[in-house]
Write a protein that binds this ligand. Structure first.
Ligand code: KIV
Length: 297
């Protein structure tokens, strides 16, 4: 994917419903954003999964607005085309509507084009409406919402029985009505994701929600095999980069220890000429150790 792409916007994502499948990836810094963008991601989510895959926390709850903004700015610097969605972290939209709008606005000031908010209960819908009213496009997120890990009693599939599934359908419809431009469906049965996708007019983006969604998202470190924590069933690893990185670093370290790095010609710098080197030695009182200039190969 090397040709010049147009900048992706929230309305453009909305318009992709039923026309082309949406590919979304997370990214957390300049290099990860750059490769995700060059690879052709429609959306780059600066996910609060940052907490787990980059910062080493056991869940997403510890990451702050400041952490998220710092990483969002780096992603913005690495992205040319993809729509950048800032993931609002735990506590950034739970205290008051005013604080939530201000926090959402900070993501926009950091260069994001939209924010993502987990959940769709009544108070959350009011918050999302206020954020939308501040001209910030919002991506919803329902099902297994990781910020509710304690309330849910673990990272568990949601909507397995008819009542829970019905509630999630109602939530998706409410998010659509309120004006979200898309919804992440995480950790829900394939059948339920298919019903929601069919019922609403905005795109659904699935993660652990089966193949019927309008798009799919995976975490950068999971796709590439960088994260060494638990890999859920819904992840497909397309590479094993952590292993490749370790092998490369081990080779570097053994090259250092056994004197194979750096190469004297290809990876080193030298005096301007033999003459300059001789002048340098001549200027020393003790004569020093004489080092020969290598001959270029
Ligand atoms: O933070 C994240 O990575 C997410 C995606 C898994 C949707 O919220």
């Amino acid at each position: 994917m090397s040709e010049q792409r147009k900048k992706v916007t929230a309305p453009a994502i909305r318009a992709m419903k039923g026309k082309s499948r949406i590919g979304m990836l997370t990214a957390y810094d300049y290099p990860s954003a750059k490769v995700a963008d060059l690879a052709g991601a429609d959306i780059i989510l600066v996910g609060d999964s940052l907490a787990m895959v980059v910062l080493g926390y056991p869940d997403t709850l510890s990451v702050t607005v400041e952490d998220m903004l710092h990483h969002t700015r780096a992603v913005v610097r690495g992205t040319k085309s993809a729509l950048i969605v800032g993931d609002m972290p735990y506590l950034s939209y739970h205290v008051s509507i005013e604080e939530s709008v201000r926090n959402a606005g900070q993501f926009m000031q950091a260069g994001a084009h939209a924010v993502k908010v987990e959940g769709a209960k009544k108070s959350r819908l009011d918050t999302i409406a206020a954020i939308l009213d501040a001209e910030v496009p919002v991506m919803g997120h329902i099902g297994l919402t990781p910020q509710s890990v304690n309330a849910m009693g673990g990272f568990k599939l949601q909507g397995k029985n008819a009542d829970d599934a019905r509630r999630l359908i109602d939530e998706a419809v409410a998010l659509e009505r309120i004006g979200c431009f898309s919804i992440v469906l995480e950790g829900v049965p394939t059948e339920l994701a298919a019903i929601i996708t069919e019922q609403i007019t905005i795109p659904t983006i699935g993660i652990g929600a089966g193949p019927s969604c309008d798009g799919q998202v995976l975490v950068f470190h999971d796709v590439l095999g960088i994260y060494d924590g638990h890999t859920p069933k819904f992840v497909r690893q397309y590479a094993h980069i952590a292993q490749d990185m370790q092998t490369a670093l081990e080779t570097f370290l053994s090259d250092v220890r056994e004197g194979r790095f750096p190469d004297e010609v290809k990876e080193s710098f030298h005096m301007a000429s033999d003459e300059e080197l001789k002048r340098l030695y001549a200027s020393r009182d003790d004569g020093g150790v004489v080092v020969e200039m290598p001959k270029a190969q």
